[in-house]
Design a protein around this ligand. Structure first.
Ligand code: HEC
Length: 119
């Protein structure tokens, strides 16, 4: 009985070694090209700028001209040389001279991002 048990144990171990020998080595390496939902900074900027352009087309061209070349209000090109983004924010929220405040309708950030792309 003792002998038989030992024999079975040996058998089991041998089988395990033989069968298990070529097992775990084949594990595939983790797949690396996980495309997470992360937007590249450039893409985020482009989206913000596009939003800003839409707002400007809707809310600003009546006074600043269809191509923002100026109308009742001054041209809106080259603003980056004249104002900081903070100053532009202030102008949009509070207005300036004859221009009323709030024309960006709460989308100041997008509007400013767009304005700063205009040379
Ligand atoms: C009701 C007409 C009107 C609308 C609408 C309007 N503006 Fe103006 N805006 C003006 C006038 C007039 C001025 C000049 C004010 C002054 O300096 O006395 C001005 C000035 C500005 C200035 C300062 C320009 C400079 O060179 O000093 C910026 C920037 C500006 N507007 C951006 C915008 C944007 C962006 C929008 C839309 C979100 C907008 N404005 C909508 C009339 C308007």
């Amino acid at each position: 009985m003792k002998f038989l048990k030992r024999g079975m144990l040996l058998c089991t171990v041998l089988t395990f070694l033989l069968v298990g020998g070529c097992g775990p080595a084949d594990e595939a390496p983790p797949d690396d090209d996980m495309t997470e939902e992360e937007t590249a900074p450039d893409e985020a900027d482009a989206q913000l700028i596009a939003e800003g352009e839409a707002v400007v087309q809707k809310n600003c061209i009546s006074c600043h001209g269809e191509n923002l070349e100026g109308g009742m209000g001054p041209a809106l090109h080259g603003l980056s040389a004249k104002y900081t983004p903070d100053q532009l924010h202030d102008i949009l929220v509070n207005g300036i001279g004859a221009m009323p405040g709030g024309t960006a309708g709460g989308q100041e950030e997008a509007v400013i991002a767009y304005l700063l792309t205009l040379d």
